[in-house]
Design a protein. Structure first.
Length: 336
């Protein structure tokens, strides 16, 4: 994690943001994953306002952000040995761990459950804010519920406008997808949401991972539709992308394309963006591309899928939720 340079303006903004949080306000701030909409965990009315501003269902838990594991004991009833191993390797970083919650911690942050989801963000501004406040911050993504997560302060302003009291600008997010969520109250620990800390990396540290059961969701993004832009998302295997563009290109319908591999770009597209390289690069730009496509008034976006391995599992999780169901070009053509 990089340190903040000796920038008086940034430090004054962080102090102002901490002051607003102490007064019960809401502050949007950058993390390495996405921008969060934060309130002090100890302020029930401020936490309640997060749900109101986002239009978030009250059965959808929040993630609590802390500066370091030193603050865990005030929030959780026990820290299992497996947590200590994971924290040593992955904190600060894009890994959220689910623990049993201390009774005195407000149940608002965990949707009434006896658990609490916690992480330590790997971003200098987030860390500086947590240090200045010296308290835990409850912070889901800083967007309207169900929408693509914001990866820049401009996305936050577009999504929430004046309903958020303060926005800390930390530039584009480095990871671009929400954190991995691992439930440590299960044996073996259960992967609730894939992210940059992949299932393969977790297994190399702790062994087997459990599967999600039918109990109430202990993590954001498990039941309600998420990451959905204001257009139809169609997933396309790489080998079918050129054919799909030809089939759906229509002067009466604004078509966009998001892909990883180079190929002929047909005339008449409303939006086209290509990221040649790693899955991490694709993930970093996924949500920002959704916002760009909306600005271009796209009605249908063809999105090239990826292999479900490593970081690709997280990308496909977000894409399928954005589409609402597993919709591929063959399904769309049959429907038409």
């Amino acid at each position: 994690m990089k340190e903040i340079k000796n920038d008086g303006f940034i430090k004054s903004r962080i102090k102002e943001a901490a002051s607003i949080l102490r007064r019960g306000g809401l502050v949007a701030f950058p993390t390495e994953t996405v921008y969060g909409l934060g309130a002090r965990v100890s302020n029930r009315s401020a936490v309640r306002r997060i749900f109101e501003v986002k239009g978030r269902p009250h059965d959808n838990p929040l993630i609590v952000h802390i500066a370091s594991s030193d603050q865990l004991s005030s929030l959780v009833s026990a820290i299992p040995p497996v947590a200590k191993r994971l924290i040593a390797l992955f904190w600060p970083g894009p890994l959220t761990l689910v623990f049993k919650r201390r009774e005195e911690v407000s149940s608002l942050v965990s949707a009434g459950l006896d658990t609490i989801a916690i992480r330590s963000p790997d971003h200098p501004i987030a860390q500086a804010l947590l240090g200045e406040l010296n308290e835990a911050i409850a912070a889901p993504s800083a967007n309207r519920s169900g929408r693509p997560s914001p990866t820049s302060c401009q996305h936050v302003a577009r999504e929430l406008g004046k309903t958020v009291d303060f926005i800390l600008d930390g530039g584009p997010c480095r990871v671009g997808l929400e954190s991995t969520v691992l439930d440590l109250t299960k044996n073996p620990p259960c992967l609730l949401r894939p992210g940059a800390i992949t299932a393969e990396r977790l297994r190399s540290v702790i062994g087997d991972l459990g599967t999600i059961g039918s109990e109430p969701a202990r993590s954001p993004g498990m039941r309600h539709r998420h990451y959905a832009p204001d257009f139809k998302v169609i997933l396309v295997p790489p080998r079918d992308l050129q054919t799909a563009m030809g089939q759906l290109l229509n002067p009466k319908k604004r078509l966009g394309v998001l892909c990883r591999h180079k190929g002929p770009k047909p005339a008449g597209l409303a939006y086209y963006r290509q990221f040649e390289g790693s899955a991490a690069l694709y993930a970093r730009n996924l949500f920002s591309s959704f916002y760009e496509a909306e600005a271009a008034k796209v009605e249908v976006l063809l999105v090239e899928d990826v292999k479900r391995q490593g970081f690709g599992a997280a990308i496909m999780d977000r894409l399928e939720r954005a589409a609402g169901r597993e919709m591929y070009i063959t399904t769309l053509c049959e429907d038409q």
